[in-house]
Design a protein around this ligand. Structure first.
Ligand SMILES: CC(C)(COP(=O)(O)OP(=O)(O)OC[C@H]1O[C@@H](n2cnc3c(N)ncnc32)[C@H](O)[C@@H]1OP(=O)(O)O)[C@@H](O)C(=O)NCCC(=O)NCCS
Length: 168
């Protein structure tokens, strides 16, 4: 296993070419364009929080992962998360997800939602490990492949039920 240190820091405009290159490797069927990625960054910090995982040490500046959160009105959504194939299985995905969940908590979100491809078992395992639960299915959500999306939710703060009087 590599001894290199990986640093997680905020994503900036200057990271976009490297992020876009990695995006095409991670999501070959439906990669976001540069304009879509730039649009996400334009909403930072108001409703977005994007981070990159960068190698420190002898190859500084090399991006090996990234993740992004949208947060507004008590609800947060994992917009994206990805780790370069040669760096998977060492906890980097978990570290990126932890950063997003911490940010959702800092912003006072009640719950975090995400959509994951029904055929993406590694990502589903990661989310389940963090306590995400399946709450819905969007049929043929991903196009052109026609793969279903599983909707998952992690409740951060329970709201009291509306109109609950506390008496039987
Ligand atoms: C999903 C994804 C982000 C996970 O990234 P990752 O860096 O491999 O995640 P982790 O290392 O935290 O966890 C993955 C596995 O490694 C294991 N692992 C974690 N830390 C480890 C360590 N220090 N040593 C060895 N294995 C470890 C975990 O137990 C986990 O095992 P599992 O697959 O049986 O659940 C990655 O697979 C990916 O980028 N996929 C393509 C993009 C994608 O699908 N994104 C999600 C869209 S919804």
């Amino acid at each position: 296993m590599s001894q290199e240190t990986v640093l997680i820091r905020g994503m900036a405009e200057a990271d976009l070419p490297a992020v876009h290159a990695l995006e095409q490797v991670l999501f070959p069927d439906d990669a976001w364009t540069m304009d879509m990625l730039r649009g996400e960054l334009d909403d930072q910090p108001r409703t977005r929080h994007y981070v990159v995982a960068e190698l420190a040490g002898d190859r500084p500046g090399e991006l090996v992962g990234y993740a992004g959160l949208a947060a507004a009105g008590g609800q947060a959504d994992v917009q994206t998360i990805g780790v370069r194939p040669d760096r998977r299985g060492s906890g980097l995905g978990a570290a990126l997800l932890t950063e997003l969940l911490d940010e959702a908590a800092r912003r006072g979100s009640d719950a975090v939602f995400l959509e994951v491809r029904a055929d993406n078992a590694p990502a589903q395992r990661l989310y389940e490990r963090f306590g995400f639960e399946r709450v819905g299915l969007r049929k043929r959500y991903y196009q052109p492949s026609g793969v279903d999306a599983i909707v998952m939710r992690l409740v951060l703060r329970a709201r009291p039920p509306v109109g609950f009087s506390g008496e039987a």
